[in-house]
Each structure stands twice: as C-alpha cells, then as structure tokens.
Design a protein around this ligand. Structure first.
Ligand SMILES: [Mg+2]
Length: 276
C-alpha cells in the first residue's frame, strides 16, 4: 500500500502507512520512534543529559566575552548581552501526542490539524528544558526562540490568517516557561526573509546579542544550508568539522520521528540501510 510523506510546518515529516505491511522500500512508520519518545527512559535520559551538560557549561560561556555559538555572529560581540537561541518543537515542547494521534488513527499530517494542536496548547515539556530555561533567568541570559511555528504575513493558504505566536507563548507558560515576550519568539514568516531556513533569524539575533549556545533537534538549528540538496555524507562531514561545538556550544535533542535528516534522503530510502 502507498505510504505518504508529509511535511509539517516546523519542517516535520511523517511517514504514514495507510495499509498493511511495509512500503516497497522497507520503510516503517513512526510507531517505534514514538514508542521511544513516549515510553522509554532512554529518551528522557538523553534530553536531560543535554540540558544538564549545557547548565554545567554556561558559566564558562558567559565569562569568555569572545565566546559565540553562532556562525552568523560576525565582528566584535564582546559588549553584547548574552543570549541562548532555542528551537521549540521537540527541543522545548514535546508534540509526540499530536504525532501519536496521527499514527494511531491512520491519518496524516495537515496544516489544519497541526494548527488545532498548537491552539490546544497541550504540548508537554521536553524533559530538562524548563529547568534549564528558568536557570537562565537567574544568570541574566536572554532566551530567544527561533521556531518554524508560523506567523505568516498575509496568512497561510491552508489555515487562513494564522499566527501561532499567542498559542505558543501560552503553551510555554503552561509547562513552566512563564513570561516569554513576543519579541523573543521569532516565528516563520513573521518578517520578510524569515523562511524555514533559520540562518536569517540567527543573523537578526546576533546583531543584538552574543549567542552563547544553540539548542535544537534538527541540524538546521545550528548550521545553514543543511536541510535540503545535501547528502547524508556531507552532513556527517559537517558534524565532524564542528566536533568541538557539540555538548559545549551546541546541544542536539533527539528526534527520531521527523526532521531534515529524513527529508534529505532520496527514494527508495532502503538504499541508505547498510548490511553486512
Ligand atoms: Mg524542532
């Protein structure tokens, strides 16, 4: 039976089987990935590990006025106030129950149901994220969110004149991240040039702040030009080239359910499975 790949607004891609068995290329749906995110201690340990490591490193980052985590930061940033830049979905907020509904009910991602989910403000917190964010307040570190949740100028063809800013701020408050200012939430489409490629928004933040750490679940939360028209081998090379940043300036949260990691793969995806 046919499988559907659907891209969701924060760059989400779900593989949904509508029929029996595996796709011709051997791909399965998100069943095991969702089990891991929702039912495993291992997922929670991974996210907690990332945030604990960041917390241990933040003082060093603040002391060193030349320390920056963003490739987009150019020139002398030593007099700028420090900020961390965080993605939201699967970095701070856990949307796996939206994905669970899609998988269990055999539906597919749609901008309408995704928008309903955002409006419900029912996403839970990624373990470790809230404690870390609130610890930043005590250290006078600004927390800036760069998310591909949308706030489209002129509206969205699928969902009308849609801005997910208020719903997202409310959801963050519900999980314990209180008082996020609209100006600290940089959404897709909110300004000209703010595409799903986050480079332009990191540039925008870097003019006002020294970006000391980056947090995300997608390679594109850290580097430009890694979300399309790129091979897995080239992405691997870039991971190695930036080896010193991981766990020090860059913190990757695990997400086996969607992301540019799978979007960049060509069909049939079985060609990427190696065997002895
Ligand atoms: Mg994300």
């Amino acid at each position: 039976m046919k499988n559907f790949y659907r891209s969701i607004c924060p760059g989400v891609l779900l593989l949904l089987s509508t029929g029996s068995g595996l796709a011709a290329d051997g791909a399965n749906n998100n069943f095991n990935s969702l089990l891991w995110m929702q039912a495993s201690a291992e997922y929670k340990a991974n996210t907690t590990q990332a945030y604990n490591t960041a917390l241990r490193n933040i003082d060093a980052a603040l002391r060193d006025r030349k320390w920056t985590a963003a490739k987009e930061q150019v020139g002398d940033c030593s007099s700028l106030p420090p900020a961390i830049v965080m993605d939201i979905d699967e970095t701070v907020l856990d949307n796996s129950r939206y994905m669970g509904k899609v998988v269990l009910e055999g539906g597919e991602w749609s901008p309408v149901t995704w928008n309903e989910w955002v409006a419900l403000q029912s996403a839970t917190a990624v373990p470790g994220a809230v404690e870390f964010i609130n610890a930043m307040k005590g250290k006078h570190v600004r927390v800036i969110f760069i998310s591909n949740r949308e706030c489209m100028k002129g509206g969205n063809p699928g969902t009308g004149n849609n801005c997910q800013e208020a719903g997202t701020i409310e959801n963050l408050a519900k999980v314990g991240v209180a008082g996020v200012l609209p100006e600290d939430l940089l959404l897709l489409g909110e300004r000209d040039g703010w595409t799903s490629e986050k480079k332009s928004r990191r540039e925008y933040v870097s003019k006002k702040y020294r970006i000391v750490m980056l947090f995300g679940d997608d390679f594109g939360d850290f580097l430009p030009d890694v979300k399309s028209n790129i091979t897995p081998q080239e992405r691997d090379r870039l991971v190695g080239e930036n080896k010193k940043n991981w766990g020090r300036k860059w913190f990757m949260l695990p997400n086996p359910t969607y992301g540019s990691w799978i979007n960049i793969l060509r069909d049939p995806k079985s060609q990427y499975i190696m065997k002895y």
